[in-house]
Design a protein around this ligand. Structure first.
Ligand SMILES: [Zn+2]
Length: 253
């Protein structure tokens, strides 16, 4: 039983612990190329946040990881079978209800720990910050926290070499042999500005990839995943420790 994981701890422990930081992993349930499970983002979000919390807890930070929200914004994959979509407006309602609980009970710091590229919580946290002036509301994600080129050979951002390596490390029993995986080729937009990345439209995933993945996963290994996992969890552990110590009204030098 891990005392920093709410789903595993109990009233006896919770009753007498002054938690400082709540962490809310938020994932998605969606196709990940042919070879990874639909729960890939959940597996990653839960494992990374819990391991980071363990390190922080052992350093004395009172962190509590809430159960991962398994559904995310999948508007760009609405035509891909059993990709489950929550509208951003629904996410705002969920966030407001959960923040209401924390705010009322004096747990004034929340980290929304994003594990899915289609989720975007920043505008929501701007709005909720006005509604909950005592709360310190933080958004982050694990997938942009490290320089991926230090860990893998191929680019990509969905069911790619990074994600495949991570799931090979965390849940190898759920990964099909990599010869079953698609190549993750992504069709590029015809307009230069979009290709350069300074203009955005939502990607319609059924038009940009055959396999539902972007990025070639076939050089992934469990060893690469283990190294990425170790570094990313250490990085977030330090963040949780720092946040546990900081005062909202004394945040800046
Ligand atoms: Zn993913």
């Amino acid at each position: 039983m891990r005392p920093y994981v709410l789903a595993e701890t109990n009233w006896k422990a919770v009753k007498s612990t002054d938690y400082e930081v709540a962490v809310l992993p938020w994932a998605a349930t969606e196709a990940h190329n042919y070879h990874l499970p639909y729960a890939t983002d959940i597996i990653e979000g839960e494992a990374i946040s819990a391991e980071a919390a363990r390190i922080a807890w052992e350093a004395g930070a009172k962190v509590i990881v809430l159960p991962c929200i398994p559904f995310g914004v999948n508007t760009g994959q609405h035509d891909i079978r059993l990709d489950m979509n929550l509208m951003p407006s629904t996410q705002l309602h969920i966030l407001r209800d959960l923040i209401t609980v924390l705010d009322r009970q004096g747990i004034k710091k929340l980290v929304v720990f994003n594990s899915h590229g289609g989720n975007n919580f920043r505008t929501m946290l701007r709005q909720l910050g006005v509604e909950f002036p005592e709360m310190l509301l933080v958004e982050t994600n694990w997938f942009k926290a490290l320089d991926r080129d230090d860990y893998v050979e191929e680019g990509g951002d969905h069911a790619d070499e990074v994600e495949t390596s991570l799931v090979l490390h965390l849940r190898p029993d759920l990964v099909l042999p990599l010869q079953e995986a698609g190549d993750g080729a992504e069709r590029q937009p015809r307009i230069k500005a979009f290709k350069e990345g300074w203009v955005w439209r939502e990607r319609p995933w059924s038009q940009i990839t055959e396999s539902t993945g972007t990025g070639d996963p076939r050089k992934a290994t469990a060893e690469k995943g283990e190294r990425f996992f170790r570094d990313v969890t250490e990085k977030f552990a330090q963040l949780f420790i720092d946040l546990s110590k900081i005062e909202k009204d004394n945040f800046y030098e």
